[in-house]
Structure formats: structure tokens, C-alpha cells
Design a protein around this ligand. Structure first.
Ligand code: FAD
Length: 407
């Protein structure tokens, strides 16, 4: 019987297992994760899950009990032996495999020095979210969010909706500007300010204060921002340390080809070791170099391609997705397709803050490569079709998932 091991028990790992079973694979599947939980959904962690009364059930993903898996939670993979096809766990156990799926995602970047014992958080896991939730709902007033990416911006919106005084400090010209460009980021920035958030763009937080509990932070070496809670949303680091001596190609993430196969250090694909989700970096025709798509739909779609590649190594499917993601802030649901962060030019077709409507198209070398809208569902579907058409003209069948199916 074939043995498949999946390392990383989250969205990509679970979807790989589901896809294998749906395709009729009846061999053994062992799902290993270092968190003490079965797979759960992360996007609510910076949004509704922080609001009192929202329970763990709201994070439910597919029920693993229906998939016939051997589940190993609270166990970390510490070494991959490619030659002997074995994953070594921190318990000392060795899992032999015929085929392997790597879906170890990313972790929150940490503050480089020791931090006060209470009140300082990062946000990546359910346990992180429990800690923040407890702090936000225990009467604190002043919240400082350090980092103006998606998680920082979303958590700011949630903390503000809970009535806290919130300061959002980030290096960019406006929250999210590196991901969605200056125009759309200007829209997000105005939502924050309209809601009463103090937005500090273009700054660097240089020190955290407090010994037992945090009392504040210094910004740009000279300005003190008092705070009872600090959320460090400093970006991600791929979980690849356990692969350091494996011989797999790593370049700010685990490098895969367009079939989700990992590569050896000579760039040769390993057909029995695939990878999916946030941990990966792979080629895409709308980008220069490799891309990481740290979004929900990528974890789902790439995992399904990875599973198909294992089952059909002689005719592996091609993964060239029309990327898609969403973010919800102040009740406004932004939907994006393509690769807005790769654009060299944008066109703003609508910017109506009062009606919460936004429509921005992103171009690279005068070719449409992405779009972002708010409250314009039909337009995002049209943009998606255009992007899918452009990819199919390149002779590539884009991964099949409609924007409507992504929430
Ligand atoms: C707070 C938050 C909000 C988000 N909101 C959105 C959103 O609104 N829209 C959107 O599109 N996306 C959003 N995302 C991103 C989305 O959740 C991720 O893209 C998705 O979770 C990626 O899934 P993954 O399985 O690749 O990785 P992960 O979910 O990171 O899972 C990887 C798992 O592997 C485990 N692991 C790591 N190393 C090892 C090891 N050595 N051994 C065993 N296990 C290991 C990790 O602990 C983790 O459980 C959000 C993410 C976060 C954190």
C-alpha cells in the first residue's frame, strides 16, 4: 500500500488530503501538524473571532474524521531524509513515506529582542488569537498595531470596532500600499482615519517599553506611543528551517515548479515530493521571478494540484492560477484577483468612499495583471475572466475556481 505523509495540518495540508481521497486514493495518509489542534480556518482570527461570543466552531474546516487519516497533532517535523524517504519528528519517531506533501506555511516574524511578558502579541495561530482576544476584552483601552500589512490593518479595524483607541504604525506610505498600491491603500487609510484610528505611515517602531506589562513603544527613535496592548504584525517567515539540510531548493520559501513539485538544489524536480500553500514560491507568467501567494485560495488550489501531481506523475497538471484574495475592514469587503503587487501602473475606475465603492485595475507592461474592488462583485468576476483568458492565451489552463467560491 502506498504511504503518503502530509506535513502541515492546516488549509493546504487538509485540502491535499481531501483531493487525494476525492480522486480515489485509498492508501494511507498521515497528517502531521505542530499545533495541538486539528486544521482550522485562519482568516477569521484577525476579524470576527476577536469579538466576544465568537466561538472556535466558527473556524471549522472539513471534518478530518471523514477522510480516514492518521492524525498526528502537536508533533513537529524536524528533518527530512530525501534519500530514505523519511520524515523525522521531534518525538524521535520516523515516518517513512512513498510520497510527501509539504504544507508547513509561514510563521509570524518576531521582535528581535526580548519583549515585555504581558500585552505583546503576534497573530498567526489560534492560540495567538486567544491571547489577543483575552487582552482586548479585559478593559484595556490603548492598542498599538505595528505593521501595516493585511493582518495589521484587519486587526486594527477589529480592535477599533471593539471601542479601543488604536494606533496603526507602519513603514509604508499607507496601510497595505506594498500589496495593493497607493490608490487603493489611500482608500483603506481613509477608512481607518474616518473610524478614528491614529495612522502613522512611514515610521519604524524602534523600542518596546515595560518589564512585566507593555506600556508603550518608541517610534522613529523619538516619539513615545503609550499602549496597553501591542500587536506585532511584522510579516511572515516561511517554515523551512526543518528542511535546511534536506537538499530541497529553498529561496525565501520552498521553491516548486508549475506542477507543485519541489526541486533539488540543481533545479531538478522531485516528483514524489510536492508542496503547497504559503510555504511555496513558484514561477508565474505575470511576475518577474518567483511568487509567494500567501492567500487562502492559493492554499486550496495549489494543494489540489499537488495531490493530482502525486497521483499522475506522468501527466501532472499545471498550476498557473488567477490568484484571488479578500480582506474585510470596517465592514467593507475588498476582493482582489491577479497579482496587484507586481504592477507598474494602476487605473482607478471608481473611488467612492461615501458609498464604499472602489475599482482599481493593475497593469504591468501595459497588460492587465490584477484588479481590486469593493462593493463591485460583478466587476471582479469580469476582471477574473479577463485574466483567465490572458493565461489561457499563453496556452495555460488556469486553476478552476471562481471568485464566488472564495467566500
Ligand atoms: C490572521 C490571518 C488572517 C488571514 N486573512 C486572510 C484573508 O482575509 N484572506 C485571505 O485570502 N487569506 C487570509 N489569510 C491567509 C490564509 O489563512 C493562509 O493563506 C492559509 O492559512 C495558508 O495555509 P497553509 O496551509 O499554506 O499554511 P498555514 O495555515 O500557515 O499552516 C501551516 C501549518 O503547518 C504547521 N507547521 C509548520 N512547520 C511545521 C513542522 N515542521 N512540522 C509540523 N507542522 C508544521 C504550522 O504550525 C501550521 O499549522 C489570513 C491569515 C492569517 C494568519
Amino acid at each position: 500500500m502506498t504511504r503518503i505523509v502530509i506535513v502541515g495540518a492546516s488549509l493546504a495540508g487538509l485540502n491535499a488530503a481531501q483531493a487525494l481521497r476525492e480522486a480515489g486514493y485509498s492508501g494511507s495518509i498521515t497528517l502531521v501538524g505542530d499545533e495541538p489542534h486539528a486544521p482550522y480556518d485562519r482568516p477569521p482570527l484577525s476579524k470576527q473571532f476577536l469579538i466576544p461570543g465568537t466561538e472556535r466552531e466558527s473556524l471549522a474546516l472539513a471534518d478530518t474524521a471523514l477522510l480516514g487519516l492518521t492524525e498526528e497533532y502537536g508533533r513537529r517535523a524536524v528533518h527530512l531524509d530525501v534519500r530514505n524517504r523519511a520524515v523525522h519528528l521531534d518525538s524521535g519517531r520516523v515516518l517513512e513515506f512513498d510520497q510527501l506533501v509539504i504544507a508547513t506555511g509561514v510563521g509570524a516574524r518576531q521582535w528581535p529582542e526580548p519583549v515585555p511578558r504581558q500585552g505583546v502579541h503576534t497573530l498567526r495561530t489560534l492560540d495567538d488569537a486567544y491571547g489577543i482576544k483575552q487582552d482586548l476584552n479585559s478593559g484595556v483601552r490603548r492598542v498599538l498595531v505595528v505593521g501595516d500589512g493585511f493582518i495589521g490593518s484587519e486587526a486594527t479595524s477589529t480592535a477599533r470596532s471593539l471601542g479601543h483607541e488604536v494606533t496603526l504604525a507602519g513603514k509604508g506610505r499607507a496601510p497595505l500600499n506594498r500589496a495593493i498600491g497607493d490608490d487603493a491603500a489611500g482608500f483603506v487609510s481613509r477608512l481607518h482615519r474616518e473610524a478614528g484610528v491614529t495612522v502613522l505611515p512611514g515610521v519604524r517602531v524602534t523600542a518596546l517599553h515595560g518589564s512585566q506589562r507593555v506600556t508603550g513603544a518608541t517610534v522613529n527613535d523619538d516619539r513615545l506611543v503609550p499602549a496597553d496592548v501591542v500587536l506585532l504584525a511584522l510579516g511572515d517567515q516561511p517554515h523551512t528551517a526543518w528542511l535546511a539540510d534536506s537538499g530541497l531548493k529553498i529561496d525565501r520559501g520552498l521553491v516548486t515548479d508549475v506542477h507543485a513539485r519541489t526541486l533539488d538544489t540543481n533545479g531538478e524536480p522531485l516528483p514524489h515530493i510536492v508542496a503547497a500553500g504559503d510555504v511555496t514560491r513558484f514561477p508565474h507568467p505575470h511576475a518577474s521571478g518567483l511568487v509567494t501567494l500567501g492567500h487562502w485560495s492559493n492554499a486550496v488550489e495549489q494543494a489540489r494540484v499537488a495531490a493530482a501531481t502525486l497521483l499522475r506523475p506522468d501527466a501532472p497538471p499545471v498550476y498557473r492560477p488567477v490568484a484571488s484574495f479578500w480582506t474585510t475592514q470596517y465592514g467593507v469587503k475588498f476582493r482582489a484577483v491577479g497579482l496587484p503587487d507586481q504592477a507598474d501602473r494602476t487605473e482607478v475606475h471608481e473611488f467612492d468612499l461615501a458609498r464604499r465603492r472602489l475599482d482599481v485595475a493593475y497593469y504591468r507592461n501595459d497588460q492587465l495583471i490584477g484588479a481590486l474592488t469593493a462593493n463591485r462583485a460583478a466587476r471582479i468576476v469580469a476582471y477574473r475572466s479577463q485574466l483567465a483568458e490572458a493565461l489561457s492565451l499563453l496556452g495555460i489552463q488556469p486553476a478552476r475556481m471562481s471568485i464566488a467560491s472564495v467566500r
